[in-house]
Design a protein around this ligand. Structure first.
Ligand code: NDP
Ligand code: 8X3
Length: 256
């Protein structure tokens, strides 16, 4: 039976990777969690695994659909309404081509999901946090928001936006007991690269091979740590990489 005093987290993108691991972590710590995603069956399976609808509320939606986000997150059922934590996690990269060869549809999908989806969820849930005078927004940025690499073009741009938006939220919330954190992971093994390489699992696997990448549980640990610190402590940014990853450094090569 769910504790009526349990804190409530909304975690977008709960059907895979970081979102699913973070949901498991918070439920284990006694939280109730709202999970969103497009793959309804996965949402339902996670709900069943973690104790049913008293503990996990599922919302099947596409984060690019502003009306759907506003409607569903703006009218959460009793017991899930007073949101203590929003984890803006849903997101993706599509492609790794140089800018002149990218697909404009991929660019728009990344902007619509990684930027606009974050805006829709935040704008819907932040007023309640301000009203209740408590809350925490944790965004999933990326090392890609700070460190450029070839083919990262628009994905990196979306994560740079998320980083700066996080700082902007902090600035707007000055004087209020509401926290904002940007979690910026590096190479982490999830479905992320299978999506990026359009279902090419071998290519995704070879990216991680022998590199001992971060795991979704590592990121769930970072998110839970930031959320469980005393309320006067705000972690602004967490940049985290596997030991095997580092900065590429500056290069020079002859112009073609
Ligand atoms: P996964 O591909 O494993 O999971 C992505 C999640 O986002 C899924 O639950 C997916 O749900 C959801 N999602 C994607 N697009 C939409 C959409 N249009 N509407 C609703 N939900 C959507 O990736 P990760 O767990 O690795 O990534 C999570 C976040 O972390 C992303 O923002 C990513 O950019 C970021 N990140 C990932 C890193 C990595 O190396 N893995 C490193 C740094 C940051 P569904 O498909 O069911 O809709
Ligand atoms: C994902 C990490 O380095 O593949 O945000 O862009 S990276």
């Amino acid at each position: 039976m769910a504790d009526r005093q349990a804190k409530v987290a909304v975690i977008t993108g709960g059907t895979a990777g970081f979102g699913a691991a973070t949901t498991r972590r918070f439920v284990r710590e006694g939280w109730k969690v709202v999970i969103t995603g497009r793959r309804e069956q996965r949402l339902e399976e996670l709900q069943q695994e973690l104790g049913g609808p008293d503990v996990v509320h599922t919302v099947t939606l596409d984060m690019r659909d502003r009306a759907a986000v506003e409607r569903s997150l703006g009218s959460l059922p009793a017991g899930f309404r007073d949101v203590d934590l929003l984890v803006n996690n849903a997101g993706l990269a599509l492609g790794i081509e140089p800018a002149w060869a990218c697909d404009m549809d991929d660019w728009e999908t990344m902007v619509d999901t990684n930027i606009k989806g974050v805006l829709y969820a935040t704008r819907t849930l932040l007023p309640g946090m301000v009203e209740r005078n408590r809350g925490h927004v944790i965004n999933l940025g990326s090392v890609a928001g700070s460190h450029p690499y070839p083919g990262g073009n628009v994905y990196m741009g979306t994560k740079a936006f998320v980083k700066q938006f996080s700082m902007g939220l902090r600035a707007d919330l000055f004087g209020k007991p509401i926290r904002v954190t940007n979690v910026e992971p590096g190479l982490s093994e999830s479905e992320f690269s299978v999506v990026r390489f359009r279902g090419d699992k071998d290519k995704a696997d070879s990216l991680y091979e022998g590199k001992n990448p971060l795991t979704p549980d590592d990121i769930a640990e970072c998110i839970h740590w930031a959320a469980s610190l005393p309320p006067h402590v705000n972690i602004n940014r967490i940049e985290v990489m596997p030991v095997s990853q580092s900065f590429a450094g500056l290069h020079a090569k002859p112009t073609e």
